[in-house]
Design a protein around this ligand. Structure first.
Ligand code: TTP
Ligand code: MG
Length: 360
């Protein structure tokens, strides 16, 4: 009679992530690259790689690594130019496959998405089998391999998709959640990027088990409202829905420096932390997939300010912002008191006459 009115049902979430996506597409289309260490991108003046295949990763080559560093680690590395049209085409094919299983799909980037398959009746509702079938179909259609994580929520599904990479999958069943989450480093928690991770490490928290000893009040006092979410996350509880968040229009981070930055080089040195903060906030809100354009704001010592917005094919990456900052800085080339980085989101509303957004 007094049963809880709203029993929460266990969800089945799959996180699909293509293996070394851009590189895999390039190797598929040029079989002479097979077996060789390959990286994509990195040709611009401040060249940074977008990704590398597993042969190159054996040498320590990584995404976002400067080309010069990568070539030092792996002199025989083959560099291939970026070809977004091809990646977009593969991405469209993958999404079409997803739609055969569920309509609840949340893309995170071209090669990554969450699927809520709680209502999918195929394979007697086995999410593990569904994930296997999705990966099989992706390979059949695109000749590319994908990895998957299967879990009762987005946090654990995403962690699990890395477990058996490349070309593998891992399931965290509801009964395994408590054990699985305890050993996870705090850096795996969604929204914990480099900045928060450093804070947590300084306080002596390395794993989710370390955080579990803290009361909700204590987490709230240390991290504000987000501490309350953290209380759940470190226990493997994550209520975020698989859905697009299309209503928010922009998000930004900015910093005023106590001493003016005297050169472009000084400004560039400040960028990694700002990019990291921005990415962290986007990840916390699961908004990375919604980014439509990037914005850089530079306020000079005399309060004159300039903003630069770019959209096509821009990723929320250090490399993109470095290029934009260079352009914005040289409009005036004088000491800088404030730097701001931001993104604008795709709009779900029909295009029409809307007032210009005030950005920062
Ligand atoms: P990821 O899924 O992070 O990486 P990946 O698919 O290359 O490799 P993994 O097997 O570990 O999943 O990113 C997907 C694509 O996004 C990647 O192929 C290239 C691009 N990318 C960038 O352009 N810059 C970056 O810093 C990262 C991380 C990815
Ligand atoms: Mg990937």
């Amino acid at each position: 009679m007094f049963a809880r009115a709203t029993e929460e049902r266990t969800r089945k979430i799959i996180h699909v992530d293509m293996d070394c996506f851009y590189a895999a597409v390039e190797i598929r289309d040029n079989p002479t690259l097979q077996g060789k260490p390959v990286a994509v991108g990195g040709f611009s003046n401040r060249g940074v790689l977008t990704t590398a295949n597993y042969e190159a990763r054996k040498f320590g080559v990584r995404s976002a690594m400067p080309t010069q560093t990568a070539l030092r680690l792996c002199p025989q590395l083959v560099l291939v130019p970026i070809n977004f049209d091809k990646y977009r085409k593969a991405s469209r094919q993958i999404h079409q496959i997803f739609r055969e299983y569920t309509s609840q799909i949340q893309p995170l980037s071209l090669d990554e998405a969450y699927l809520d398959v709680s209502d999918c009746e195929l394979f007697d509702g086995s999410a593990t089998q569904i994930a296997k079938d999705i990966r099989r179909k992706i390979f059949e259609t695109t000749q590319l391999t994908a990895s998957a994580g299967i879990a009762p929520n987005k946090f654990l599904a995403k962690v699990a998709s890395d477990w058996k990479k490349p070309n593998g999958q891992f399931t965290v069943a509801p009964s395994q959640v408590a054990d699985f989450v305890k050993a996870l480093p705090v850096g795996k928690i969604p929204g914990v990027g480099k900045v928060t991770m450093k804070k947590l490490h300084e306080k002596g928290y390395q794993t989710c088990a370390d955080l579990q000893v803290l009361s909700m009040e204590s987490l709230n006092a240390q991290f504000g409202q987000w501490g309350v979410v953290l209380y759940d996350l470190c226990r493997g509880v994550d209520h975020r829905e698989v859905s697009d968040d299309r209503e928010r229009k922009s998000l930004s981070v900015e910093h005023t420096y106590s001493e003016d930055l005297q050169s472009l080089e000084d400004c560039q040195k400040k960028l990694p932390l700002l990019v990291e903060e921005l990415r962290e906030r986007l990840e916390k809100k699961d908004l990375l997939s919604q980014v439509n354009s990037l914005v850089v704001k530079v306020k000079f010592f005399d309060f004159q300010q300039t903003t630069l917005e770019q959209s096509r094919d821009k990723e929320v990456s250090l490399e993109s912002f470095q290029e934009m900052l260079e352009e914005a800085y040289y409009r005036e080339a004088k000491p800088v008191r404030l730097l701001g980085l931001g993104v604008k989101f795709k709009s779900s509303k029909p295009k029409g006459k809307t007032p210009q957004l005030t950005f920062f």
